[in-house]
Design a protein around this ligand. Structure first.
Ligand code: ADP
Ligand code: MG
Length: 360
């Protein structure tokens, strides 16, 4: 990596005999938006607390801007942490909340005023300085919590599920705001979440974490289209999973339990197992595919239900004569307006979009 702000080598954390963070090694590029995505309990907060210095590692090395941090106390590390519950001081107004860390650094009044004003402008809350925290909306509190950390100009801003407490609509809005804010200020963000949509939308790089380990570190696009493991394929984005048996290797040909054969499928990971799981994304399934298309696995779909959701309308359908149900993303084109519950349509999926993994 050209310019890592954070370098981690073989970092481990053990509680009793439970391994919460298992020998992680990775770098975070200066100025990037780096997310750690994983289910609850996989070790995200534990990792972040080690980076912030609130927990000491059982093993491994941690460097920020090339300087080893293991023996540096939290208040001396060039990082700031934003929690889900924000931890704003309710008795102070917005300005005093933001100025708190600067006062502790014993900066002069003029500098503090200047810095607070600039950061309020950055988070689009100029004029809010004298408001009490209780007078702010959820989204505004969020921005103040982030402003309070950013004003200290950390090398690395750590965010622990900061949108978790917000309702869906506000979360959608804040995702976009946070992404914009990060690219405007250029501070490296390390963002942890169990919400794959947050991670995909905002990040330059996402590390997918499972049971204390990283399964894949990649761009959102690569994670989605080339998941390295069954865990990543199942956790990132929506997918259909069909159990299959291997008929032949090179090229890989498989058959579902109800006898549908699929040729030229991709092995998502190397395995010698004879029984695999086949992953197909809902949007990879074409309805009424052109007869001339090459490398297409074809079948018919019996439409069971249409789940209308505006631009994301989906179809639940069974394949051929089986009772195996799959989800298909319905293209917006009016060409598919005739598709109704009970219709039978021809369907196909390109071999490249059929990916097999060892059974998870
Ligand atoms: N202080 C602790 N003592 C014992 N176990 C802990 C402690 N902190 C976290 N754990 C355990 O470590 C695992 C990872 O926790 P955590 O890092 O909080 O996960 P996440 O943030 O991904 O939800 C969990 O199983 C949790 O119960
Ligand atoms: Mg956590």
């Amino acid at each position: 990596m050209k310019n890592p702000v954070l370098e981690i080598e073989h970092l481990r954390k053990i509680f009793g005999n439970f391994v919460a963070v298992d020998s992680l090694s990775f770098d975070v590029e200066e100025g990037s938006f780096f997310s750690i995505l994983g289910p609850s309990g996989c070790g995200k907060t534990t990792l972040l607390r080690m980076i912030a210095g609130f927990l000491s590692p059982s093993d491994g090395v941690l460097r920020i801007r090339g300087k080893e941090m293991n023996s540096v106390p939290p208040n001396r590390r060039p990082v700031n942490l934003v929690f889900q519950n924000l931890a704003l001081f309710p008795m102070m107004n917005v300005r005093d909340n933001i100025a708190f860390g600067l006062k502790r650094q014993k900066l002069d009044k003029k500098t503090i005023t200047f810095k607070v004003d600039s950061i309020l402008e950055r988070v689009h809350l100029q004029g809010y300085g004298s408001k009490q925290v209780a007078q702010l909306s959820g989204g505004q509190k969020q921005r103040i919590a982030i402003a309070r950390s950013l004003v200290l100009e950390p090398s690395l801003l750590l965010l622990d599920e900061p949108l978790g407490a917000l309702d869906l609509k506000l979360r959608e809005q804040m995702k976009i705001e946070l992404k914009k804010l990060q690219s405007e200020v250029g501070t490296t963000f390390m963002y942890i979440t169990h919400d794959q949509s947050e991670a995909l939308v905002m990040s330059d790089t996402v590390a997918v974490m499972n049971k204390g380990r990283f399964e894949q570190i990649d761009t959102p696009r690569e994670l989605y289209s080339n998941p390295a493991t069954s865990f990543v394929a199942g956790f990132v984005g929506e997918t259909n999973i069909l159990p299959v048996k291997v008929i032949s290797n090179n090229p890989l040909k498989v058959a579902t339990l109800f006898g549908l054969e699929l040729a030229g499928v991709t092995a998502g990971e190397t395995t010698k197992a004879k029984e695999l799981d086949l992953y197909i994304r809902p949007e990879s399934i074409m309805l009424d595919p052109d007869a001339g298309l090459q490398d297409i696995n074809k079948f018919s779909l019996h439409i069971q239900n249409i789940l209308f959701d505006g631009s994301n309308t989906k179809v639940l359908a069974t394949i051929d004569k089986s009772d195996t149900e799959i989800t298909v993303a319905l293209p917006q084109s009016s060409q598919f307006a005739h598709i109704k519950k009970g219709s039978v349509v021809s369907a196909g999926v390109h071999a490249d979009h059929c990916r097999c993994y060892a059974r998870g």
